[in-house]
Design a protein around this ligand. Structure first.
Ligand code: CP
Ligand code: NVA
Length: 313
């Protein structure tokens, strides 16, 4: 595995599958691999899941965690990003960074000699996408109650509704690397960025995956194994929230939409949810929802990522 996990593009399909295996093997175990080591969390945006799961994961590996809140260091303002990276690398063993500009996490990774993990940037949320696919695998893959030994990612259709955002980009790349089919349905002009469409499509051509983009909600949901949605306005876009609400309304994940998918469709959401906007209470809290398994898996997959990064050096 590379030194850093800045993008899903840093992993190949085999490494993603290996992370799933590692996570199952070390789930719930207290280890001492990170004894005497420190992970620093450098966060420019708020967080519940990512902050807590990175902390608990590193504690379970035997290490210590330091949290630097958005106002603490003034990344790129009080001190340049390369200087922050060079300093941190002299004191800590790994960095998890949640940033606005994707370039900030890219620069941290280039200038720090220790592993840097993208804990969400404006462009990607790789740990989220890995947890999401791990959760799908646990529900539908080999050895799962509904899975067959002949499970293939090529049999899975993931239908994503709403904004072509950071989470969508990382899901597209993961689907493409694993060989799954992903359809993205959202309003015109709010699709994923071209560079991610190109990267995912190029990868899909090698693995048999497919990435489809449409503005038709019913077409998106048709025959889906998994329905996924995320907020319509991400952190840093709150000023656009009101105008987005009406544009995105046809892509709300509600009971009517679920009728167009497979009868036993699974529903994912990275959380936090804006209940009543991108998803209704009855779906989020209903029998198809696996959102709490996803949230739990953030812990297990990030523990596996940290394990792999520490043992690869
Ligand atoms: N899904 C996720 O990353 O949640 P937080 O923003 O609370 O970390
Ligand atoms: N797309 C959302 C994800 C939050 C976990 C955001 O960036 O705000």
């Amino acid at each position: 595995m590379k030194k850093d996990l800045v993008s899903i593009g840093d992993l190949n399909g085999e490494e993603i599958r290996e992370l799933f295996k590692i996570s199952a093997g070390i789930k719930g175990k207290q280890l001492d691999l990170a004894k005497g080591k420190t992970l620093v969390l450098v966060f420019e945006k708020p967080s519940l899941r990512t902050r807590v799961t990175f902390s608990v994961a590193f504690f379970q590996l035997g290490g210590e965690v330091l949290y630097l809140a958005p106002a603490d260091i003034g990344l790129g303002k009080r001190e340049s990003v390369p200087d922050v990276a060079r300093n941190l690398a002299r004191w800590v063993d790994a960095i998890a960074a949640r940033t606005f500009a994707h370039k900030t996490v890219v620069d941290l990774a280039s200038y720090a000699t220790v592993p840097v993990i993208n804990a969400l940037s404006d462009a990607e949320h790789p740990c989220q996408a890995l947890a999401d696919f791990l959760t799908i695998y646990e529900h539908l893959g080999s050895g799962s109650p509904r899975g067959s030994e002949a499970f293939s990612w090529g049999d899975i259709k993931l239908a994503y509704f709403g904004d072509g955002n950071n989470v969508c980009h990382s899901l597209m790349l993961t689907a493409a690397k694993l060989g799954a089919h992903m359809v993205i349905g959202g309003p015109q002009g709010y699709g994923p960025k071209d560079e991610f469409i190109k990267a995912a499509t190029d990868e899909a051509a090698k693995t048999g995956a497919s990435i489809t983009i449409t503005n038709d909600a019913h077409e998106t949901a048709a025959d889906a194994d998994v329905i996924y949605t995320d907020v319509w306005a991400s952190m840093g876009q709150k000023q656009e929230a009101a105008e987005r609400r009406s544009l995105f309304a046809p892509f709300q994940v509600n009971s009517e939409l679920l009728k167009h998918a497979k009868p036993d469709v699974l529903v994912e959401h990275c959380l936090p949810a804006h209940r009543g906007e991108e998803i209704t209470d009855e779906v989020l809290d209903g029998p198809h929802s696996i959102v709490m398994d996803e949230a739990e898996n953030r812990l297990h997959i990030q523990k596996a990522i940290l394990y792999k990064l520490l043992t690869s050096r």
